[in-house]
Ligand binder design. Sequence first.
Ligand SMILES: CCCCC/C=C\C/C=C\C/C=C\CCCCC(=O)SCCNC(=O)CCNC(=O)[C@H](O)C(C)(C)COP(=O)(O)OP(=O)(O)OC[C@H]1O[C@@H](n2cnc3c(N)ncnc32)[C@H](O)[C@@H]1OP(=O)(O)O
Ligand SMILES: Cc1cc2nc3c(=O)[nH]c(=O)nc-3n(C[C@H](O)[C@H](O)[C@H](O)COP(=O)(O)OP(=O)(O)OC[C@H]3O[C@@H](n4cnc5c(N)ncnc54)[C@H](O)[C@@H]3O)c2cc1C
Length: 636
Amino acid sequence: MEGVDHLAHERNKSEFDVDAMKIVWAGSPHAFDVSDRISKLVASDPGFRKDNRSTLSRKELFKNTLRKAAYAWKTIVDLRLSEEEAAKLRFYVDEPAFTDLHWGMFIPAIKGQGTEEQQQKWLPLAYKMQIIGCYAQTELGHGSNVQGLETTATFDSQTDEFIIHSPTLTSSKWWPGGLGKVATHAIAYARLIVGGREHGVHGFIVQLRSLEDHSPLLGITVGDIGMKFGNGAYNTMDNGVLQFDHVLDVYSIAFASIAVMLWVSQVTCEGKYKQSDVPRQLVYGTMVYVRQTIVADASCALSRAVCIATRYSAVRRQFGSQNGGPETQVIDYKTQQSRLFPLLASAYAFRFIGEWLKWLYADVTQRLQANDFSTLPEAHACTAGLKSLTTTATADGIEECRKLCGGHGYLCSSGLPELFAVYVPACTYEGDNTVLLLQVARFLMKTVSQLGSRLSSKKPVGTIAYMTRVEHLMQCRCGVQRGFAELSADLVEAAVAHCQLIVVSKFIEKLQQEIPGKGVKQQLEVLCNIYALFLLHKHQGDFLSTGCITPKHAALANDELRSLYSQVRPNAIALVDAFNYTDHYLGSILGCYDGNVYPKLYEAAWKDPLNESVVPDGYHLYIRPLLKQEIRTARL
Ligand SMILES: CCCCC/C=C\C/C=C\C/C=C\CCCCC(=O)SCCNC(=O)CCNC(=O)[C@H](O)C(C)(C)COP(=O)(O)OP(=O)(O)OC[C@H]1O[C@@H](n2cnc3c(N)ncnc32)[C@H](O)[C@@H]1OP(=O)(O)O
Ligand SMILES: Cc1cc2nc3c(=O)[nH]c(=O)nc-3n(C[C@H](O)[C@H](O)[C@H](O)COP(=O)(O)OP(=O)(O)OC[C@H]3O[C@@H](n4cnc5c(N)ncnc54)[C@H](O)[C@@H]3O)c2cc1C
């Protein structure tokens, strides 16, 4: 029945202050206030409805996305929302669109790599959306290997301009989000050529389309690359293809012939290339920035799936009826708990590692401005490794949540298929996860000698076990006199172990902070222990081989895990309520707040266009002749 909370009995079991946990999850009272207010604003506005997406064609879907993006922008302007509130609104609208790349990459690239003069020119236009940008780095032939990009940018000292060109088919820009049909400008990455000499890959702001009639400019061929995984999902995004035919570009982002660059380099009016003494990898700075945002997004995506699966696991009953009594809630089965609760713990773990990574990025950015590059290698390794670890775990976790919901998890109305289809490219974009782990492995090879010293420092026992595991995995590999390439598969395992060590140790550090609210810290301690012991159980071979734990320890850890699952059980619904997601944002009948699933599933089925007629289109043409056929077959 509508209005009845079918999960009230579960909510009454909670042993902690849920409102206080909502603040912990949001990050602060202010952050909670903004999230709560904006999520409800979006949920209550029919202009942001999304329950019809699966019934739209690609063109209808894309046009609807443009409408929503424009409507969101009008809402932001009319309500004079702050940058923080606007970002939250775009998040809760929950539709991959060109705005992700405009706000998520184009603007950060100009802020991170542009000169003062370029920032003054481009940022006001971008902030007012008087230009729409994309990040055009990947090409048809190269994505992971940035130094293999083929697009060229040749400096013409006669005209003080750069000529951008796609010399081969494989140099076509391919994948940039927003490029296909919307972006008016791109930050295009190209090989800089000055005076016949090549100076590696740099970024250039290039106008693609007319601001008058949106037609591609002279020398620009641009379009969409076609349908992607899933039906709705990422097909709301116009990932594009772009070819340059000797396009004149006067706005290099990394170069300005008339402005001294703080960061990368400059090309003087006389056509001289001057490389300043900063690491060339600063040109990759935007990718580092986005990778740390993607870690925060992983906690959002995983928590969404876990919220759906947890609520539905409390609603769903199957088997176990005694004397005609109610059947057992599937959340009470130990197998369901052993699959679901580590994902719940991971969602919280990724939330806190995302907070730490945001601090690390801000710290390294501040140091860079003082020409202190000392923490750049660690920042790169951390953002690359944690992006890889959290997106892989989240993509796998969303799929596990679908399976935890049985058959109904496969319905679009569960919200899980769409969430999975939208989320899984995160394992590839912003760096293929294996390629990024190889970067971490390379960093570990260089710093493995320091691991030992870090072991001796006063660390909680749990962390010591995880540190010993990494050191052991590295020494087993480094000790073998074979090349990096030969050992790369093993070194990637050590890289994963290193990233898991970071997540566990930062979760433990979080618990050393003051955390207000009755029972809140206790719940987080349970979740931290579940995260750490679940991984120890999953990788116990590694831990046993270090000698850091014995088989008896491993067995005790498993017993403790079961006990921890029992401690989480009465608090599970409250722990997912703490995410404070509206039913609109969840987009899931199985995960609806009131748990009134079956009537909603049944009602939703009849809304499917296929049920607009009792007799389906095609019956008279195809089925009736089949049923009426007069085939004389002796066998039948
Ligand atoms: C619920 C749904 C949520 C949906 C998500 C919503 C929002 C999220 C927000 C945005 C996402 C939205 C849309 C998707 C956007 C996707 C955009 C993109 O994909 S942009 C393109 C991304 N491309 C890549 O990531 C390419 C990956 N490749 C590389 O980064 C590099 O090629 C490389 C693998 C790192 C190799 O580089 P290179 O060959 O130049 O260097 P090496 O020789 O390996 O190393 C030399 C040296 O430099 C160090 N180093 C490398 N990179 C960096 C860096 N970034 N920073 C600092 N240092 C770096 C490296 O460690 C080596 O050091 P040393 O060993 O000391 O020599
Ligand atoms: C949805 C989506 C949105 C995107 N948006 C953008 C965007 O806005 N802008 C943009 O510029 N790009 C974008 N991209 C492109 C994305 O950044 C690249 O696809 C990504 O960096 C992976 O590169 P690749 O496609 O070349 O993969 P490849 O490197 O070709 O990967 C193929 C396989 O080769 C393996 N491999 C590659 N190199 C090595 C190695 N050295 N050692 C071991 N294994 C290796 C990989 O692990 C993988 O298994 C997007 C991609 C997607 C899917």
